[in-house]
Structure formats: structure tokens, C-alpha cells
Design a protein around this ligand. Structure first.
Ligand code: 21W
Length: 262
């Protein structure tokens, strides 16, 4: 994967590329990454990249000519790349989109500033428009880094433990169980006994049940879109039995009829 970010703040990317998984992926040749300054493609002594909007109003708009020149240059450097505009109006980024992008030969990431880029760039050069969520930022640089990190870790060879990207939350729409490390008792809070038992079948069962509980409590929406496994269906059915027993014991002990029942 070849990433090219087009930005008026290329320095923002240097610390990002110098750390963690992205750095390792670069060192191992799994990805290449560069940030190109749009200003270098702007004409005149002052290399202006923005201008006031036709029709008036507040804010500035990124001029089309420097962007077009930068995109053309990047498209030549990375043949077959998809041109992505990071924009609040884009489709909202998720793990599925990350997987889709991870099989591209290259990504040209246009980072807007001010009120955005001239509409004609969107029409003539942009293949894909992506937002990272419904909150207001001041430019596309951080969104581009978010996208690059999510995509990079899906590329074979980028992670240490090869299978770990597949086991993650969201990739199979189940949240993870809690994680514990030493000490066995921290400020009065013990680690669940089963995790110290050495019984790996029981540990796997506890982890799956813990994942399901968390997903039901925190993110029911993820469970609704999931094709449940047989083991998961069994656990949910057992909870239903347990909850039915609790409710039945309530009606027996004189609490009166339950709401919705006679
Ligand atoms: C944010 C530009 C909002 C324009 C009222 C008057 C890229 C982004 C961005 C930005 C507006 C992404 C306004 C999530 C984001 C980005 C800069 C609209 C503002 N309101 N994903 N003027 N959030 N943001 N105009 O902000 O470039 S991806």
C-alpha cells in the first residue's frame, strides 16, 4: 500500500509515521507513506492555496489549481491509487471501509482546511469521500491519519501476531471481554478465579460470555447485525432461561402480576 497525503501541514504527519505499527510497516516495506505540501504546487511568489468563496460569506476555500496539480503528480507517483477526500460530508468510516481500502494499491488522501476544497475538484478528481464521524474538526489531517492506521493494520505483514487483526472487536461485531494482568489482587479487586484456573475450555467460555454481556449492555446495535454462532445462541438461550426463572419467582412470592402479563 502506498499512501500519499496532500496537505498544507505535512509536518503533522512526521511524528505519526515515526511511531508504532505505522513505523514498523514502513520499515518492513509493507507500506510507503509521504506527505506532499499542496503549497509546492501553488503559483506565484506567495504560493497561495486558498481564496474567498464566490457568492460571499465567511471562511476560505482551497483553490482548485494547486490541488489539481498535486493530485495529478501523486496519481503519477502511485499508479492505480484511489483518490479519497477526507470531508465531514463523506460516508462515515468504519472497519468495513478500512478493509475495502486495504486492498487498494494506493491511496491519495486529500486533507482539506478552511471551509473545504473547490467543488470542481470533488467532481473531477475524487473517487471517494470519507468522514471519520459526526463531530467538527478543523481539517482532514487527523482523519487521514486515523484512516491510515486502521488500513495499515489490516495489511498482511503489518502486525506482529498475524491473526490478531481478525480477532478484534468490530471486525466480528462483538466487543472484547475484560483483560487482566498482575497483580492477582489490585486494591481489593481480584482477577476472576476462572482466569487463574488454567482450565482453557472454561476460560474460553468465560471470555465468550463476557464478550456477549458487554455487547448486550454497551452496543446492542452490533449484536443485531451479527450472524450469531451456535455457542453464542446457546449462551443467550441460557440467559433467557435464567431471567425467566427470576421473573417467575417474582410472581410466586406475591409481588402481584408482572407488567404486560395477566
Ligand atoms: C469541518 C470543514 C466543518 C468544514 C458553520 C459555518 C475531514 C472532518 C474533516 C471542516 C466544515 C472529517 C461551518 C469528521 C470533520 C474536516 C473541517 C463545515 C463549518 N459551520 N471527519 N462553517 N469531522 N473538517 N463548515 O470535521 O475537514 S474528515
Amino acid at each position: 500500500m502506498n499512501f500519499v497525503a496532500l496537505t498544507i501541514f505535512p509536518e503533522m504527519f512526521q511524528p505519526f509515521w515515526g511511531h508504532g505499527i505505522v513505523r514498523r510497516a514502513i520499515e518492513q516495506g509493507v507500506i510507503s507513506a509521504s506527505a506532499v505540501n499542496i503549497r509546492e504546487f501553488a503559483a506565484g511568489r506567495h504560493q497561495v492555496t486558498d481564496d474567498s468563496p464566490y457568492g460571499g460569506g465567511n471562511g476560505m476555500v482551497m483553490k482548485p489549481e494547486p490541488l489539481a496539480a498535486a493530485i495529478r503528480w501523486a496519481a503519477e507517483a502511485v499508479p492505480g491509487a484511489r483518490t479519497v477526500y477526507l470531508s465531514p460530508q463523506g460516508r462515515v468510516f468504519n472497519q468495513e471501509i478500512a478493509a475495502e481500502l486495504s486492498i487498494q494499491p494506493g491511496l491519495i488522501l486529500i486533507c482539506g482546511r478552511y471551509e473545504g476544497i473547490d467543488e470542481r475538484i470533488c467532481q473531477q478528481f475524487v473517487d471517494d469521500e470519507i468522514s471519520i464521524g459526526d463531530y467538527v474538526l478543523t481539517g482532514g489531517e487527523l482523519p487521514a491519519m486515523v484512516l491510515m492506521e486502521a488500513v495499515t493494520r489490516l495489511i498482511p505483514g503489518a502486525l506482529g501476531g498475524e491473526e490478531s487483526a481478525l480477532k478484534d472487536s468490530f471486525s466480528d461485531s462483538l466487543l472484547e471481554h475484560g483483560h487482566y494482568t498482575r497483580p492477582a489482587n489490585f486494591e481489593g479487586e481480584p482477577v476472576p478465579d476462572v482466569l487463574l484456573s488454567g482450565n482453557h475450555a472454561q476460560i474460553e467460555k468465560w471470555r465468550l460470555e463476557s464478550s456477549l454481556i458487554r455487547t448486550v449492555l454497551k452496543r446492542k446495535d452490533l449484536l443485531m447485525q451479527r450472524q450469531l454462532t451456535l455457542a453464542e445462541v446457546r449462551i443467550l438461550q441460557q440467559w433467557r432461561l435464567d431471567i425467566d426463572h427470576i421473573l417467575q419467582s417474582q410472581s410466586i412470592s406475591g409481588a402481584g402480576p408482572l407488567p404486560g402479563r395477566q
